[in-house]
Design a protein around this ligand. Sequence first.
Ligand SMILES: Nc1ncnc2c1ncn2[C@@H]1O[C@H](COP(=O)(O)OP(=O)(O)OP(=O)(O)O)[C@@H](O)[C@H]1O
Ligand SMILES: [Mg+2]
Length: 376
Amino acid sequence: MAEVVLEGVTKVYPGGVAAVKNLDLEVKDKELIVLVGPSGCGKSTTLRMIAGLEEATEGTIRIGDTTVNDVPPRDRDIAMVFQNYALYPHMTVYKNMAFGLTLRGYARSEIKERVLDAARVLGIEGLLDRKPKALSGGQRQRVAVGRAIVRKPRAFLLDEPLSNLDAKLRTEMRAELQKLHRRLETTMIYVTHDQIEAMTLGDRIVVMEDGLVQQVDTPLSVYDYPTNKFVAGFIGTPPMNFIDGSLLAKDARLCFCENPGIELALSDRLQQTMQEFAGSAITLGIRPECIQKRTPETDAPAGSTFEADVNVVEPLGDEMIVYISTGKNNLICKVGSHSNIEVGQQLQFVVDLAKVHLFDRNGGRNVSLNGSKAPP
Ligand SMILES: Nc1ncnc2c1ncn2[C@@H]1O[C@H](COP(=O)(O)OP(=O)(O)OP(=O)(O)O)[C@@H](O)[C@H]1O
Ligand SMILES: [Mg+2]
């Protein structure tokens, strides 16, 4: 068990690709932290530097009390699970799990105890005599995790370990990994490009883009208080809606306007904090669940509604995804499944003004957070 700390870590590959740029990250002891971001943003590179499979070009990497930059991978006392599982095809499940311990010279009885223990935890006791080719994807994945567990490492590194599984199995394994983490009480660093996996699994998530850390926080905080437009758009399904417009003062109140059709009054809180942006071009962000159909019963304060055409309706059972358009803006909303919305209708929609985000057009910073976390 150990914390893992990266300070100013940069990786420039031969040929000049800067895959990770000046990354600071503190993974707490026993924490499950998830690195998430689009393909090529530097997640695997970060993990491989912690494992010692890539050398950091700059910066320091510390595991527990030891700076490990110059420590070879086998002496870092961490275990890595890869996307392709990397099992030895000619060895049985038992031997695959035992192999690392055998190499390290553990006694046969100790190896047996650890392998059987791990197999029990993962529910693969019945598979120990099989070879990997006789296993399903999910079973192979368990063996790969088992091989990591038997080592009792100070930290686990997992690089997209579920991406070869079908959706249902992925959901199941996700829950199992979470249980396993609680049971093992070991630091885990988990890499995925799937934001739902990140949200559901992580104690905290690290959102990366283009080699840079954009935000590190709990899943809910990242969802509620995205620090910039990239994070706001990356976390959440369907994604947050963005509308480019401007902030104008009308009757001494600030409104977000995008002609034709959208004129939204800012909440009382934002009236104060957004004064310096009066007259400026700005991007408004609103999550799909914060746009609802207006009904006679809806509480719709002045400046919270707009009219839109319904283009597509996707019923999901418990809720409905509705694609609407107003002027040149296409928006997505998520409403209850009994909202009675049909394609071709022209309807009034109401926006939850307290949950609106505003992003600077230059650089995309979320300027509506105002230092302290504010919406929702
Ligand atoms: N061995 C290498 N040599 C040169 N460039 C590399 C090497 N490995 C990765 N890169 C580049 O570094 C960048 C980051 O790659 P990395 O594999 O860390 O991304 P990732 O976030 O894990 O992406 P994915 O989600 O696709 O796995 C990419 O631009 C990639 O092309
Ligand atoms: Mg990767």
